[in-house]
Design a protein around this ligand. Structure first.
Ligand code: TTP
Length: 207
């Protein structure tokens, strides 16, 4: 039996799974954790991202508590929040919401916060918070209309996905690209490595 702890990804986001795969890490189980993501009154964007990541991880821990096969497993969760100043942008589900986000982002700077939470083998939760500053070009009417018709904004924090067409809107990025997509790899691997997960184990098989 190998000493590698089992890894559970508490996420339904295909982007987070793909980012982990990019780093050569394959969780044994996916366990999306549905939680109420409504910000508290006056809650800062960075606080929200950390809190929601922790709540997702803790929810998955509670759901897995009765499964002996996952006793002592590491459970990873994340949450991404896009903000202009203190204003938290929604996860766009409707075209109107995406349009309102794009108007706020056009020609301006904004921040993307991704909280990462890891339930350790002892059941405690460790977190990291990654902040990235970005600036978008001024968006023309054609940019906005074409982007809205692409549908790529659906379900994305701030109404855009940097890994797709909206990558062409980014004039400047300071921070973590993978954090903007949804899972900052440097910080995630450092959390996992700190808990004894062998973060380089499968790299040879990526060649
Ligand atoms: C800003 C930005 C966000 N996003 C995505 C990442 C997240 O999936 C989503 C933010 O919503 P989240 O609530 O962080 O995640 P989720 O509900 O999609 O998945 P889960 O809670 O199950 O892990 O926005 C991108 O894919 N690209 C981007 O450039």
């Amino acid at each position: 039996m190998s000493g590698r702890p089992k890894l559970v990804l508490a996420s339904g986001s295909p982007r987070r799974l793909a980012l982990l795969d990019q780093a050569g890490i394959r969780p044994e189980r996916l366990m999306p954790a549905e939680i109420d993501e409504t910000p508290k009154r006056g809650e800062l964007p960075r606080t929200l991202a950390s809190r929601l990541a922790s709540e997702k991880a803790a929810k998955a821990r509670d759901l897995l508590a009765l499964d002996p096969a996952f006793k002592g497993a590491l459970i990873l969760a994340a949450d991404t929040v896009v903000a202009v100043g203190r204003r938290i942008l929604p996860k766009a589900e409707l075209a109107d919401e995406a349009l309102a986000c794009l108007k706020l982002l056009s020609g301006c700077s904004h921040r993307v916060y991704t909280g990462v939470a890891l339930v350790t083998a002892s059941g405690s939760v460790r977190t990291r918070l990654v902040e990235t500053r970005l600036r978008f070009k001024r968006l023309s009417r054609e940019d906005t209309e074409a982007y809205l018709s692409s549908g790529e904004w659906r379900g994305k924090a701030g109404g855009y996905a940097i890994q797709g067409l909206a990558g062409a809107f980014v004039v400047k990025l300071v921070g973590s690209y993978t954090g903007v997509v949804g899972l900052p790899l440097y910080e995630t691997l450092s959390l996992l490595g700190g808990e004894g997960y062998p973060v380089h184990a499968d790299w040879a098989s990526k060649l």
